[in-house]
Design a protein around this ligand. Structure first.
Ligand code: NAD
Length: 498
């Protein structure tokens, strides 16, 4: 069985690792590869390689950095098929969906191609007579990224292209569930001309994460994953003086007003709830049917949920693949059972689905729960699977209040034909990313991605302008070049302009 190794200093290595984890094919349920699980000394080796590489990369020209990004972008296009199939085989999502995350990740590389423009500083002439002020931003040093299983290429790409283009070196600790594509990215960076040690991959579990969080020579940590781990990472890395960005879990609501086109709304809700088997941080997991919209909406949702074609990710006919692990399957079926026991109506039940020829796979079909209320576990927990709960609200006030009372605030959407209602919603809702008749409003790479409340711990959204700010720090320089002899007496009062 293949063993997936670390990539440190420009080469694959086993380092000091002896422990391994199984990487499954979720469509068959079989372990297909082993991944090394790093020890503290492996993280140490990666930090040493990255720190050494920073001595030259931190001083590289903007054009050298953007040339690497342009070349990487082309290689990502060339290898798209191979990467999409690889992701599908370890994550389970359908190949076309994997292609989608490659494209969205590549857009961050495209943003990083223009780093020379983005990094331009500012200049103020003559702030005082003969005095000018300018500022510019410099890289931090060695940065690290810890990422979740659900977007094995896109989420790391929210981090490393920006970190590297701004002059940092980087250590990626990808999810141990679907680690292979990160090694392929490392090879593509090398082919694109990135010097050894600038991008490193250390595979592992909590041991590797803790070694990163505690390491004194890592300047910044980016984390994306579940909220409890985001809180842990934020607290622990902050305690050792690092910059931290920590994005957490979600429970995303979509409001459907009675004036919405129900067929259009239900179509989008179905795709947003069940695409990637609901394993997206921007998946819609709660539909909030307002007033008269309720029964009619549930009727259309039922029909659409029953039509979803579930099968292995490499079958072009499949619209939805399996969930990532057997434990994830148990969690999803358990959530539906708890919902039923607590009084929700199970309109579509995906618990007993089997896919012929793939009986051992981690398949679970779409489930639709109606009359879900806030006290139910199905509402309170992030199920992170193909379960759409429908809650009812009397009016838009009640619907907005429901969303605002939820501890998460990642994404939300409204379906309506009223501009006034949409405008009110976007102003009043306490959520970071909002869609108007758009179910999954993931911002483009030249904006930044980030939720509110328990969906983002700390204050730093990811990629785009916020990413550039996160991976750099500013210097402000005040200059004077005297042309004629001026008074040589230094003033002892606090300087003011003259
Ligand atoms: P996870 O929190 O279990 O794992 C994320 C990373 O943390 C992995 O690299 C994992 O190895 C590591 N990790 C896990 N347990 C740890 C521990 N006890 N100590 C230290 N490190 C640990 O998340 P996941 O299951 O891989 O991904 C799904 C979660 O990620 C969902 O909650 C989803 O909402 C969230 N997510 C959020 C966003 C966002 O942008 N806000 C994006 C994608 C996924």
């Amino acid at each position: 069985m293949t063993t997936i190794e670390h990539w440190i200093g420009g080469a694959f290595t086993r380092g000091a690792s002896t422990r391994t984890g199984s990487v499954f094919n979720p469509a068959t349920g079989e372990a297909q590869k082993q991944v090394l699980l790093a020890e503290e000394s492996d993280v140490d080796a990666a930090v040493s390689a990255a720190a050494k590489a920073f001595e030259t990369w931190g001083d590289s020209s903007l054009s050298q950095r953007s040339k690497v990004m342009f070349r990487l972008r082309e290689l990502l296009v060339e290898h798209e098929d191979e990467m999409a199939k690889l992701i599908s085989s370890e994550h389970g999502k359908v190949v076309e969906d994997a292609r989608g995350e490659i494209i969205r990740g590549r857009e961050v590389v495209e943003y990083a191609c223009g780093i020379a423009d983005v990094l331009k500083g500012s200049y103020s002439d003559q702030v005082s007579r003969g005095v000018d002020v300018f500022n510019f931003r410099q890289p931090l040093g060695v940065c690290a990224g810890i990422t979740p299983f659900n977007f094995p290429i896109m989420v790391p790409m929210w981090m490393h292209p920006i970190a590297i283009a701004t002059g940092n070196t980087f250590i990626l600790k990808p999810s141990e569930r679907d680690p292979s594509v990160s090694n392929l990215i490392a090879e593509l960076y090398a082919e694109a001309g990135l010097p050894d040690g600038v991008f490193n991959v250390v595979h592992g579990d909590k041991t590797a994460v803790d070694a990163i969080l505690d390491h004194p020579d890592i300047a910044a940590v980016s984390f994306v994953g579940s909220t409890p781990i985001a809180k842990y990472v934020h607290e622990k890395a902050s305690a050792t003086g690092k910059r931290v960005q920590a994005l957490g879990g979600a429970k995303n609501h979509a409001i459907v007003l009675p004036d919405a086109d129900l067929e259009f709304a239900a179509n989008h809700l179905t795709a947003a709830a069940f695409g990637s088997a609901g394993q997206r941080c921007m998946a819609i997991s709660v539909g909030v049917a307002v007033g008269d919209a309720g029964d009619a909406l549930v009727e259309v949702l039922k029909r659409k949920a029953e039509e979803v074609k579930v099968g292995p990710g490499d079958d072009p006919a499949s619209e939805m693949g399996p969930v990532v692990t057997a434990a994830a399957k148990d969690r999803v079926t358990g959530a539906v059972a708890k919902g039923e026991a607590q009084g929700a109506q199970v309109i579509v039940d995906g618990r007993d689905l089997t896919v012929p020829g793939h009986e051992g796979g981690f398949f679970v079909g779409p489930s639709l729960l109606d009359h879900v209320t806030v006290d139910m576990d199905a509402y309170q927990e992030e199920i992170f699977g193909p379960v759409l709960s429908v809650a009812r609200a009397a009016d838009i006030d009640e619907a907005i209040a429901l969303i605002n009372a939820n501890p998460y605030g990642n994404g939300t959407a409204i379906f309506t034909s009223s501009g006034a209602a949409a405008r009110r919603f976007q102003r009043e809702v306490k959520v970071g990313m909002i869609g108007v008749n758009v179910p999954i409003p993931v911002p483009m790479s030249y904006y930044s991605f980030g939720g509110w409340k328990d969906s983002l711990i700390g204050d730093s959204p990811i990629h785009g302008p916020e990413g550039v700010r996160f991976y750099t720090r500013a210097k402000t320089v005040t200059t004077r070049w005297p042309e004629v002899k001026q008074s040589v007496d230094a003033a002892f009062h606090f300087p003011t302009s003259s």
